[in-house]
Design a protein around this ligand. Structure first.
Ligand code: SF4
Length: 173
């Protein structure tokens, strides 16, 4: 289970937004698209919900769809738009699902991991990946997978169909 201590360490590595996102928005290539998805859900790792609460984050934005989805949670947003928009919780929690976006990882037996990429993100469409973010997400995925509950969750859980592509041959090591 993801402890408050590990969650805190991981959150420190992700400020929330990437400068490249702002650049693409300024260029008209993106309208903060990932905050506007409809018909999708978020995945929270085992222990992520509880640890976020213990760290003082607000989760009232989320409606729980499944409180025991492979040990984690499947939730949806009660409102459209960014979690940091005015009118929300005092200290809104941005899930790791969003912080790692447009990447997600699935560990395989033997230790390597498959990297998935969100085809809908303009970074992917325009071939303008943020290398620093990609490296950071891979390192964090490895750190998270040291926890057997999290590793099992990442192996079994499925993101919203159609959002992520598994890129054949793309493994982290
Ligand atoms: S992650 Fe992709 S979809 Fe989200 S704001 Fe950045 S460029 Fe846009």
């Amino acid at each position: 289970m993801l402890s408050p201590d590990v969650l805190s360490q991981v959150l420190e590595r992700f400020p929330g937004t990437m400068p490249l996102c702002g650049e693409l928005v300024d260029q008209g290539a993106c309208q903060w698209d990932c905050c506007e998805f409809s018909g999708s859900y978020f995945l929270l790792l085992p222990g992520e919900w509880e640890s976020a609460l213990q760290l003082g984050y607000g989760l009232d934005r989320f409606e729980v769809l499944d409180a025991d989805y492979f040990g984690g949670r499947k939730v949806e947003s009660r409102q459209d738009g960014c979690c940091s928009a005015p009118g929300g919780a005092q200290r809104p929690y941005k899930p790791l699902d969003c912080r790692l976006y447009p990447y997600w990882y699935q560990p395989r037996e033997g230790g390597d991991m498959i990297r998935m990429q969100a085809a809908a993100c303009p970074m992917m469409r325009l071939g303008r990946a943020d290398e620093e973010h990609r490296t950071r997400t891979a390192l964090v995925a490895e750190l998270l997978c040291r926890d057997p509950d999290v590793a099992r969750f990442l192996r079994e859980a499925r993101m919203t169909p159609g959002i992520y592509d598994v890129v054949p041959g793309l493994v982290t090591r």
